[in-house]
Every structure is written in C-alpha cells, then in structure tokens.
Ligand binder design. Structure first.
Ligand code: PMP
Length: 432
C-alpha cells in the first residue's frame, strides 16, 4: 500500500505563498522528514481524514490535547451547547470558577489557578510571578526541555527548536538570555553547581517532570526528589511544566504519579479539550501576588473563554468518570513491545521510552536518559521510518524528538495495523 497525497502537496504550495513555511507552527512543516505535510479535513476517534480522502491512524492527536481522540462526543456536545450563549464576554462567567475548582481538586499542589490561552503564556507568566515573588532574576531550565517560545525560554530548547538545530533563536536579546541558566536533566550535580555559582540569585527552576520535547525521557530514581530538596533549601521556586504530563501521566499529573509537590504548575493541552487553553497555579500565597490585587501583572482578552472552559471542564470530568489510565498504560505497553519485536526482527537498534500513553522510538543502541543520549539517535533512520509508515496510513510526529500520543480511541485494530506497517518500516530502515 502506498497512499497518494497529491492534494496535500498542492495545498502546501498554496499555503507557502501566504504563510511563512506554509504552517502556523514549525514542526508541522515536515522539514525534518522531508516532503510536505498532510492537510487534514476531519478527525474521528484515533483517525484523521486528509484532503486526498486518506484515512490515517493519528499518533499526533494535536500534540497532546486529545486524550479521548478526535471529536469526542461528550466534549463536542458540551461545546455546541455552550456556543448558543455566545463565544466570549471579557466579563466573568461561573464556568471559570467551576473549572478552577476542578483543577484544584485534581492537581495536588494547586491551591489557586489562573487561566491563559496557551502553554507558552502559562510558563511565561509563571516565571514572571516567580521573579516578582522572590525578587530574583535568574531562572534555570534543562537543555532539551521546551516550555513554549517566550524569549527567556528559547535557550537550549527542545521540540522544533531541537529538531531544526536552532535551540537558541536569533531575536532573543543577549541580556534576557543571560538570565537563563541551563542544567542537565537527570543530573542533579549540574543543578548543584548552578546553585553554588549563583547563590541567592535563582528565582525558579522550571522543568518538564517527564520531558516530552527531546523525545520522551523518564526521570531517574530520586532525581525529582533531589531537585525538590535543593530548590527548597535555596528559597527557589520549583515550577513543573505539566503542559504534556498534566492529566496524562495520571489524573493528577506527574506530581501525583511521583508524589512530588512543586510550588507552581503550568498546564495546557488536555485542560483545553482541544480548544486553546493554558493555566498556571500553585500555592495561594504565591498566586496572590498576581494582579489585580498583587503587584505582578498578567492578563488576557480571551483568558477563561467560556467555550474553552466548557471543552476543558468536560474533558476533566470525563477523565474522572472514565478513568482511562490503566487502559492507556496497557495500550502504550502493547505498542512498545510490538515495536521492539519488529525492530529486533530486522536488526534495527532502537531504544523505546514509554510512560502511559506517551512513547518515543529513538533510533540508537543505547538507553536514552538525557538530552545527550537523545542526540545519539539517527534522524535519517527516523525519516525513513516515518515516511514508510505514512505511506501505509500511519501518521507519526514528523520529528524524532517528539512524543507519540496515544488516545483512548486507539483500538487494538489500530495498534495491530501500526505494528504491521512498522514491520515494513523497520525493514526499509535496515535496507537503507
Ligand atoms: N510546555 C511544554 C512541556 C510543551 O510541550 C509545550 C508545547 N508543546 C509548551 C509548553 C508550549 O505550549 P503552547 O504550544 O500551547 O504554547
């Protein structure tokens, strides 16, 4: 089977005339895997239909928001009902309080929460708050972690920045960049060195507790605990960026799964139920430093938008009701084991990281615990693998350094079809 994507190709040519690179977010462009992106018409469950009429099994799931897959009935009905009342008011609505209370109920360390419209806004605002609260300027992030595209976070950033080899972007002023210090994920000594060198100057450490933007990396035993102890001892706020892991690593995020409480948490993706939402929250004592009654300014015309709140709130309630985590863990395991078997059959060295419904196949023969390990992967092998799977109707993220997202809508038949196509794809890698 080899699908045709002629209409997508033509659509991409048109898009490039009016949109930089033809896309509104860089990784979508397929730059790392060659060729042109697939243009989508619609989505249902684990499948998307493209404009050529191909039905594809989707492991992007909008990069994380769609834990129930596309067009979930409960979310769709709630949004259709909410839209009858109007789309935005810029005045308070009760659904915002209901949503905040639900987040506080589910995410253990959050006592108060402010809604925004993207993950980028969440991390940017959390860091401003941390700086305002502590009166310190420096922040620490890990190489290979991605926290959105605010100036001070585009330093050794993961995701598209890593894929395209521009981890630190032109346009970020040096004066801002120098306030961001970088440490190494899973290496507590690298953090200790920074705390010694910059004593009493570090406002916050921001970290993806389960990094998903250099591919999926899992925390080594004790690493996050040590980071909690170290930040606390230095009067530094610990910020968990749970934009991916929130409501995915468990209903209470990575913090609940590992029982480690950050001072602030950033959320996005799943809390929007497919609409544009982000949030940041934490200890009331810290959050109360935000405007209007606190001194740290932060705002948004569409923040707490009623349609987005409805989609997000419905998603969180449905997660509570359906409790899909054991099932998602099982699906992820099934996929990982099947992929390992297929890779082995064709003698292709891979290292597969998996947690719940997140997974990355690294084309390397060594375990991947760090940014440096991830960089040993063959991006050329990934390109061949990606291309072969797409030709058979399986749409992976178009970059080695991203997670595959599994939803509750992925059926056994989808996983079986994926493994069958992966058998051919690993063969293509082996023969290249
Ligand atoms: N933090 C993490 C961990 C992310 O994965 C992302 C986006 N992939 C962001 C922040 C930024 O979110 P957004 O794209 O909604 O601005």
């Amino acid at each position: 089977m080899s699908l045709s994507f002629k209409k997508s190709q033509a659509a991409y040519e048109e898009a490039k005339k009016v949109i930089p690179g033809g896309v509104n977010s860089p990784v979508r462009a397929f730059k790392a895997v060659g060729n042109h992106p697939v243009f989508i018409q619609s989505g249902q469950g684990a499948h998307v239909t493209d404009i050529d009429g191909n039905e594809l099994i989707d492991y992007i799931c909008s990069w994380g928001p769609l834990i129930f897959g596309h067009n979930d009935k409960a979310v769709q009905e709630a949004v259709l009902s909410a839209v009858q009342n109007g789309t935005t008011f810029g005045m308070p609505t009760e659904i915002e309080t209901t949503m905040a209370a639900k987040i506080i109920e589910l995410i253990p360390s959050i006592e108060k929460v402010r809604m925004v419209s993207s993950g980028t806004e969440a991390t940017m605002s959390a860091l401003r708050l941390a700086r305002g609260y502590t009166g310190r300027e420096k922040i620490v992030k890990c190489g290979g972690c991605y926290h959105g595209h605010a100036d001070h976070l585009l330093i050794q950033a993961g995701s598209g920045a890593m894929t395209f080899g521009v981890p630190s972007s032109p346009g970020v002023p040096e004066n801002i960049a120098k306030e961001t210090l970088t440490a190494t994920y899973n290496d507590i000594a690298s953090f200790k060195q920074l705390f010694e060198a910059y004593k009493d100057q570090i406002a916050a450490v921001i970290i993806e507790p389960i990094p998903g933007n250099m591919g999926l990396i899992l925390p080594d035993q004790g690493f996050l605990e040590d980071l909690r102890t170290l930040t606390e001892a230095n009067g530094t706020l610990l910020i968990f960026d749970e934009v991916i892991s929130g409501f995915r690593a468990s209903l209470g995020g990575a913090q609940k799964r590992f029982n480690i409480m950050p001072d602030l948490t950033c959320l996005g993706k799943i809390i929007g139920g497919g609409l544009p939402v982000g949030a940041f929250g934490g200890k009331a004592e810290v959050m109360d430093h935000l405007a209007p009654f606190g001194e740290v300014y932060q705002a948004g015309t569409l923040s707490g938008n009623p349609l987005a709140m409805t989609a997000g709130y419905t998603t969180l309630c449905e997660l509570q009701k359906r409790d899909p985590y054991t099932q998602l863990e099982e699906k992820g395991k099934q996929l990982k084991e099947g992929l390992e078997e297929a890779a082995q059959k064709h003698g292709v060295p891979v290292s597969i990281n998996h947690l719940g419904s997140l997974l990355t196949v690294f084309f390397t023969d060594q375990p991947v615990h760090s940014y440096a390990d991830a960089q040993t992967s063959s991006t050329e092998a990934y390109r061949i693998f990606f291309e072969s799977l797409l030709a058979e109707g399986i749409h992976l993220p178009p970059s080695q350094f991203e997670c595959w997202f599994i939803s509750t809508a992925h059926q056994d038949s989808d996983i079986e079809a994926t493994l069958k196509a992966a058998d051919h794809a690993f063969k293509a890698v082996a023969e290249a």
